[in-house]
Structures are given as structure tokens and as C-alpha cells.
Design a protein around this ligand. Structure first.
Ligand code: FES
Length: 80
């Protein structure tokens, strides 16, 4: 099983637009965090596609440990 690379450990505050599709980086390799830039190719991991349900600011997970992807659920506070 491939594991994500060590990613940033804090969430990213982003502006989302209702109905817009986004690709959240799951591998931790993207240079455009928290969004995918295709760097996962060959890692065995894929990006996570989601559609914004509302326009506004959201916190997307940076640590890649959230149990509610792509949104921060506070799991980053448990990382040593
Ligand atoms: S940054 Fe991953 S759960 Fe908060």
C-alpha cells in the first residue's frame, strides 16, 4: 500500500464556488496545495474530486489524515 508523502500539517483556507468541481491533493506531492497538480502519477494514489456545495471559505485538509475528505476535521492536531 502506498502512503501519502509527508504533507503540510495545517489546513488550507480556500474560497470555493458553489457547483464548481475541485481536485484535492491526497498524495501530498502537489506544489499547488491543497489542490492536485498531477504530481501523484506513479505513486499509486489519486486525487479526490469534489463539488463545492456552497460559495465561501472552507478549510481543506493539508495533513491528509482527515476522515472527512477534503475538509479539515481537526485530525491534524493529533499529529506529533
Ligand atoms: S489539516 Fe488535516 S485534518 Fe486538519
Amino acid at each position: 500500500m502506498n502512503l501519502p508523502s509527508p504533507p503540510p500539517t495545517d489546513p488550507f483556507e480556500v474560497e470555493l464556488e458553489e457547483g464548481q468541481n475541485y481536485f484535492w491533493c491526497l498524495c501530498g506531492l502537489s506544489q499547488k496545495q491543497p489542490f492536485c497538480d498531477g504530481a501523484h502519477k506513479g505513486s499509486g494514489l489519486k486525487s479526490h474530486c469534489f463539488t463545492a456545495e456552497a460559495t465561501g471559505k472552507k478549510f481543506l485538509c493539508g495533513c491528509k489524515q482527515t476522515k472527512n475528505p477534503p475538509y479539515c476535521d481537526g485530525s491534524h492536531t493529533e499529529i506529533c
